[in-house]
Design a protein around this ligand. Structure first.
Ligand SMILES: [Zn+2]
Length: 358
């Protein structure tokens, strides 16, 4: 459908809201406030606002209008103002005072009218592997795609995309991050998303069930409880998944919602022991703890976002086989996501190593 007038635009925007809510309601595509969608018209980019959930696209006001030309100028000049894109918001059309997503520059880099960015677990399970590009060569054969090596969301990611973008490309696989599809209409974007997800789809490895009784005993007297979603346990009940998680952080939202890496309990260690060790080291108590063979516990105050990302880790690692060679985020990449200095990050690693945990 070509957009000729306001009626057409309103219909497309409604279709985008419906697609956003559908995509946002699927935990295998989007977790918590992750992922974002956008529509462009006459130099304005309507993008999902920071902190809002795609799942609420039909009930809440989640889109914020951004003037594209000055934003693209700032990206070109590597001006930090492009990072949050706040100065390019068209205030008169933003009565709720929403702030644009940190990933606004991803959407502005794509020339197509509709852009959909998701943290699809099938895509992530490939995008976190050292051999990602070779796998994509086979799976996405015949499609107009590009692989973008990991860069921090914001300006670095915008530059990394520009380096790989060629005319006609409408699929981006973002290393250690997720998937972007773009099209002229919402219907075409939805169809493309479905096609790419089907090509990258892989079965979830069967894993033993959680031992809830043992987990409750291990969490006794601590500020920890069982996760809200039972799917989260398999990262600990499946040996391969647990080994992958123990190696470090795989993608940004994991670091932001759960902290860097995963805390895996040692033999005989309880949640209270681990919390006490963190406190003694002057560090926050971990948002989640993995008990190998038994399951996962979450800190009592874990947010809905942390719950969603705990499940995501189980969903991603269950799709990575013995032959997968994970490319973990480096110390510096973890630290910059948290706005920590690298030294604080190293202290955290040291205190975990001293406690015998990975
Ligand atoms: Zn993202």
């Amino acid at each position: 459908m070509a957009i000729r007038d306001d009626t057409d635009f309103t219909a497309e925007f409604d279709a985008l809201r419906a697609l956003s809510a559908r995509v946002g309601g699927d935990p295998l595509l989007v977790q918590a406030a992750g992922g974002n969608t956008s529509i462009k018209r006459d130099g304005t980019l309507w993008i999902k606002a920071s902190g809002t959930w795609l799942a609420n696209a039909l009930s809440d006001d989640i889109f914020v209008p951004v003037a594209m030309t000055p934003l693209l100028d700032c990206v070109e000049k590597d001006d930090p103002a492009a990072e949050k894109a706040q100065s390019f918001v068209i205030a008169a059309e933003n009565p709720s005072g929403l702030r644009p997503s940190i990933e606004t520059t991803v959407h502005s880099a794509m020339p197509q009218r509709i852009v959909v960015h998701v943290h699809c677990v099938d895509t992530i399970a490939v995008a976190v592997r050292r051999e990602a590009e070779a796998i994509l060569e086979q799976r996405l054969k015949g499609m107009n795609w590009a692989f973008v090596p990991y860069a921090r969301p914001g300006l670095p990611l915008a530059h990394a995309i520009r380096k790989r973008l060629r005319p006609g490309i409408d699929v981006l696989v973002l290393g250690n991050h997720g998937l972007v599809v773009a099209a002229e209409t919402v219907a075409d974007a939805a169809a493309l998303l479905e096609r790419v997800c089907a090509r990258l789809g892989q079965p979830r490895r069967e894993a033993p069930p959680a031992d809830e009784k043992a987990l409750k005993d291990l969490a006794a007297g601590s500020g920890y409880r069982l996760p809200q979603m039972a799917e989260a346990h398999t990262v600990a009940t499946d040996g391969q998944s647990c080994r992958i998680a123990a190696g470090g952080s795989l993608y940004p939202d994991h670091v932001i919602f759960l902290g860097p890496g995963s805390v895996v309990a040692g033999e005989g260690e309880t949640a209270a022991d681990i919390a006490a060790a963190a406190k003694a080291a002057g560090l926050p108590e971990p948002a989640s703890i993995l008990f190998p063979g038994k399951g996962v516990v979450m800190r009592e105050d874990a947010s809905a976002g942390a719950e969603a990302l705990a499940r995501c880790l189980a969903d991603v690692t269950a799709r990575m086989g013995e032959d997968a060679r994970p490319r973990y985020l480096s110390e510096e990449e973890n630290a910059e996501l948290l706005d920590w200095d690298a030294e604080k990050y190293r202290q955290m690693l040291d205190s975990r190593a001293a406690a015998g945990r990975t």
